[in-house]
Design a protein. Structure first.
Length: 318
């Protein structure tokens, strides 16, 4: 027994064993190194995201109105009362359905326009490509309020050039429910497609030219090259732009509020963010507005997680 222990001690004292032990210790220390570098950013994100979300969820469990804000009355714990009131309101479900359909239309349109223009950038010469890039980046950099105001002027029933070119007279685009949503969709796509275009264009430029040349020599059309060659190779990039578009378009506020005058006639163009604003600030029901915000956050998290899970089942590396 003593000989075995001595042999084990001698093996432990060998250079190879010492190097192995040192390597394991280095890996343990190295495992914390990335977190040390990320610590400042995590602290900032914790202050800017985690704490406000915590406060949002906390207020949603209280009866919190203008009386509580001004200190005239103490906040009353309601539990899930705000959520019960919200889910029992048929208006909430109508607004939720409109939000989902509107966001889906915006995401599909943004991806279609952005990807089509990204492919176009690879087919034009340097000067037209630079002009298109500058125009797209200008649209991207325009504040949402400014862009919404410009689009309202373009489609104005009295002075807008669009009605004159189409011969529509004094047709009001914001009067009808569907036409108002369509007008907002155009503005959302206009200010969102540059992100998709630039990101996808960068991905296309990273694809080896031999692959695209071989597909062309085989007689594949541009649509076939995109569907069978580019799209599969760009899928990780398309995942990122899709998730970003879902998050941005699901929580649209400024465009709807500005272009439809706070949600349209009799609230026909309400989406969740505008509905939450009305409940929280117009009606001073801050607890109910916070509950709508929590529901919106949970829906976005669920959509993102489900989408990523489906992609991982398909074997994608994300």
């Amino acid at each position: 027994m003593r000989k075995a222990s001595d042999a084990h001690a001698r093996r432990a004292g060998r250079p190879g064993a010492r190097r192995s032990a040192a390597g394991r210790a280095g890996r343990v220390r190295g495992g914390w190194t990335p977190w040390l570098y990320l610590a400042p950013a995590l602290v900032v994100l914790g202050g800017l995201l985690v704490y406000p979300i915590y406060q949002l969820g906390l207020i949603s469990f209280f009866q919190y109105t203008q009386a509580q804000v001004s200190g005239g009355e103490p906040a009353t714990f309601e539990g899930f009362g705000n959520y019960a009131e919200l889910f029992g309101d048929p208006r909430f479900w109508q607004v939720l359905l409109a939000t989902v359909l509107f966001a889906a239309a915006c995401v599909v349109s943004t991806l279609a326009v952005g990807c089509a223009l990204a492919v176009l950038l690879t087919r034009v010469r340097a000067v037209p490509r630079l002009a298109l890039m500058m125009a797209a980046l200008g649209a991207w950099a325009t504040p949402a309020v400014t862009g919404s105001t410009v689009w309202l002027f373009l489609f104005d029933p009295d002075f807008g050039p669009v009605n004159r070119m189409l011969g529509l007279g004094d047709h009001s685009w914001t009067y009808g429910r569907l036409s108002a949503f369509f007008l907002v969709l155009l503005e959302v796509v206009w200010c969102s497609f540059p992100f998709v275009m630039v990101t996808v264009y960068a991905g296309i430029r990273a694809v080896p030219g031999e692959v695209l040349e071989a597909a062309s020599l085989d007689g594949a059309s541009q649509w076939r090259i995109w569907r069978s060659v580019l799209a599969p190779m760009l899928r990780p990039i398309l995942v990122v732009v899709t998730i970003q578009s879902v998050i941005w378009d699901f929580k649209v506020f400024t465009q709807i509020y500005v272009m439809t005058g706070g949600g349209g006639i009799a609230g026909q163009n309400l989406v969740l963010n505008v509905y939450a604003y009305q409940q929280a600030f117009a009606s001073s029901q801050y607890g109910l507005g916070s509950a709508i915000g929590v529901v919106t956050l949970l829906i976005l998290l669920a959509v993102t997680l489900v989408y990523l899970r489906l992609l991982r089942r398909q074997g994608e590396e994300l």
